[in-house]
Write a protein that binds this ligand. Structure first.
Ligand SMILES: [Zn+2]
Length: 292
């Protein structure tokens, strides 16, 4: 029985480790729950990836980009996303089958009711679902990432050698689906409008009012523009094109309480002192207009 407890403990530990998400501090992550997406800022979830990176992918915003900067085209992103959606049902069902078979085998083991036919049947379904995922993955990949042959082979092999990985083939397939698009495009596509506006405001404020205390928090000029002003102009034009009222979006903060006397333009934090510097970013505080 001690072996069983050890096995159960290992499964539980692996499951927990899988649940921990890793994003860099100051990074943003999109979380999905059924068909709803929400946004979480990096520092609130700051677990490190416990596994060797291997073939896995991680977005590197500073990496050289051959295309000369992220794409701002919503149409292209939607086309690609639509193509990805077509692969979802099949891969999802096979992945579920894999998990269901694993769970059944586990329960059989727990209750010691296993017999040869059951084990043989479960093993057959397991291998069938696993290989079906590998084949579906192989066929779907070039439609989403034409020309990326090496990555296609690597990732399909990864699925093939590890059922653990093939159960997550959907993640592997969709990992870099929006790579090459600006984060605001991803936000526009995935988030509810209020969250998209919140994210856009945060992005634009970071660009306009850089952090003076932490040099590594400098705004990222993803569009390949030379100055923050030019990047600001390009993104402002794009946001206006999406029907966003920029004046409303970047409206200065209003005091939420009469005792709040000033605020930080970058962090949207309110202060009870009339002037000074923001403790988070070192920028000069801006006094709230005096109420008549
Ligand atoms: Zn600040």
């Amino acid at each position: 029985m001690i072996h069983f407890k050890l096995l159960a403990f290992l499964c539980f530990a692996l499951y927990l480790a899988e649940c921990f998400l890793w994003v860099p501090a100051e990074g943003w992550i999109f979380l999905s729950w059924f068909k709803r997406f929400s946004l979480v800022k990096g520092p609130t979830i700051r677990f490190r990836n416990p596994w060797p990176m291997g073939f896995t992918y991680r977005f590197e915003p500073d990496a050289e980009r051959s295309s000369g900067g992220p794409n701002l085209s919503i149409e292209n992103a939607k086309t690609l996303w639509g193509e990805f959606q077509k692969s979802i049902p099949l891969l999802k069902w096979f992945s579920r089958a894999l998990l269901a078979v694993t769970l059944s085998a586990f329960l059989l083991f727990v209750f010691r009711r296993g017999f040869m036919l059951a084990w043989g049947l479960l093993f057959f379904i397991f291998v069938f679902a696993h290989l079906s995922i590998v084949q579906s993955f192989w066929r779907a990949y070039p439609k989403l990432y034409p020309g990326k042959k090496v990555k296609r082979i690597k990732r399909t092999l990864l699925c093939l050698v590890s059922p653990w990985q093939s159960a997550r083939a959907l993640d592997l397939l969709g990992d870099d689906i929006l790579d090459g698009f600006h984060p605001l495009v991803a936000a526009k596509m995935l988030l509810e409008n209020t969250l998209f506006l919140e994210f856009s405001r945060r992005w634009m404020l970071d660009l306009r009012y850089p952090d003076l205390l932490h040099k590594d928090h400098a705004p990222r000029l993803l569009l390949g523009e030379l100055t923050a002003e030019k990047e600001d102009k390009s993104l402002s034009d794009w946001l206006s094109g999406q029907g966003v009222d920029l004046d409303k979006l970047l409206k200065p903060l209003e005091a939420s309480h009469p005792s709040h006397l000033s605020f930080c333009q970058r962090c949207d934090t309110e202060y009870g002192i009339p002037k000074g510097k923001c403790s988070d970013c070192g920028r000069d505080l801006v006094p709230f207009p005096v109420q008549p």
